[in-house]
Design a protein around this ligand. Sequence first.
Ligand code: G6P
Length: 604
Amino acid sequence: MCGIFGYIGTRTASPILVEGLRTLEYRGYDSAGIYVPGYGAVKAVGPIDNLAKKIKETIPGTSGIAHTRWATHGAPTETNAHPHTDQSGSIFVVHNGIIENYTLLKEGLKVQGITFESDTDTEVLTKLIGINYSGDLLEAVQRTLRMVQGTYGLAVMSEHEPEKIVVARMGSPLVIGICEDGNIIASDPSAIVSHTKDVIYLDDGDMALIEKDSYQIMSFEGRGREKTTEKIEWDLEEIKKDGYDHYLLKEIMEIPKAIENTLRGRLIPDKGRVKLGGLEKHSDKLSGLHRLTIVGCGSAAYAGEVGRYILEEYAGVPTTVELASEYRYRTNLKDSKSAVLAISQSGETADTLAAIRLAKKQGLGTFGIVNVVGSTIARENDAGVYNHAGPEVSIASTKAVISQITVLIMLAVFIGRERKMSLEDGKDIIEALQSLPKEIEKVLEQREEIEKIAKKYAQFQNFVFIGRNNHSPLASEAALKLKEITYIHAEGYPGGELKHGPIALLDEKFPVVAFAPQDHVYEKIVSNIEEIKARKAPVLAIANTGDDQVSHLVDDVIYVPKVHPIIQSIVSIVPTYLLAYYIGIEKGYNVDRPRNLAKSVTVE
Ligand code: G6P
């Protein structure tokens, strides 16, 4: 979602703030702004570059706060951009999240003669802090937060106290970076790692007073809180483009490495088992499960759907997958022998977090598959598995999704070997997992071929993706990637459902991408392809290398190696990521930052 950055120390703040915003730009990119005490706020609509151009000369001052916005309340305009300022023009606020009771608060402030320029909830929050200010910024923020409902990560500064930044967290992440020449605050550790690896993650209900050589963490009531400093485990290099034109391509090409990192130290080949450190203590609970409910949003939920097929088939665990945004508001029938597993790349998605909190409240075991170490979901689960896929910057999730499915396969072995999975089956799966990076390389080597196919298909305005069994959720995942990166309308369907409606859409201008691996439902998908060809729709198949039957039927084929069925879905999805990438490039879009989207959706 939006990004917050702040610095207070001995160096000139403005270049540090702008650089900080650049690393956060992937979280939101409608507009941006900075505030440096003594200078005021500078804001610009559009990418950070627009803001950087506007700051013509270095602004003097060694402290400041900054923000990159993804609009929730009000259009992306300069007036709506952060930092916002109070009525007196001396208090400045950057805010992520949503103030739910802002309308009520706004009415109250209007009665007191306060006027509003923007459409944002943040301006209401800022003006309220202004009203509550009587010489002590910390106290004013504390008083204000007692009046506010909603979610926020916020950073506040005052012209009168330029040596202080006050921050608070309720539902939207904030991290403090401890540097030699000062302190940093950011909504995401990736903005901090170039300055320091020593960080403190704030929890909901924490606030902090940050000065250049000290910080105090406390509750909203001002009671001191002890926090441990943690180390960021990855390097800045990992979030650079490495010579690729786009993060998206870089991250697709990194899939083999991401899998290796996900698997590292976790496979026990001779025992046909896996070692998932975080789950060891919960092994009895997991192997005795009556039901596992997987929750997630977007691509993480599709990874969960693939996992459902795998967990049921190989581990014998009845599994349900629910979109977190639905799970949190519906009646959930409790069963003490069921547990909830959250899948989230960022570990901050608001709906997924809410689903986990709800499950916890109901006394269910909560587990997580999370990529970002130290993120809120990771910390709030009972236990979990980190993906170790490395930072993912491109909005569309690729290597993280692959890593999520990889963990789900390991989870199937972890639980399955305690249930019905034989030693031999366990060993076979471990061997398959070990072979995965090199099998994916074979797909990535076909980049140029896929690019040619992408150029051919870029002209179409609609697509349907189909698949069966564990390739059916892949159809939805591939369609999601295409629509978010290329703005082409695309739908994903289980192959068997095509004739119950969508087939009515098909003609020469409506192509179908069919996942057709040679698995136990191969003949079924071949029949589906026949039905499609009878309607003259172009078909692009993702088929196993050497499959002549399908290649004779369809217009184009991308071949993927035939592998153990448990890993086939991973091998099959990769070319569709490249397809979406190259179609997006062909159409001239910014594939790393599709319009209207955010990497991590920390609001409902
Ligand atoms: C956003 C991203 C998607 C992602 C989803 C869930 O919509 O654009 O790529 O799949 O959030 O994010 P999470 O961080 O929870 O995996």
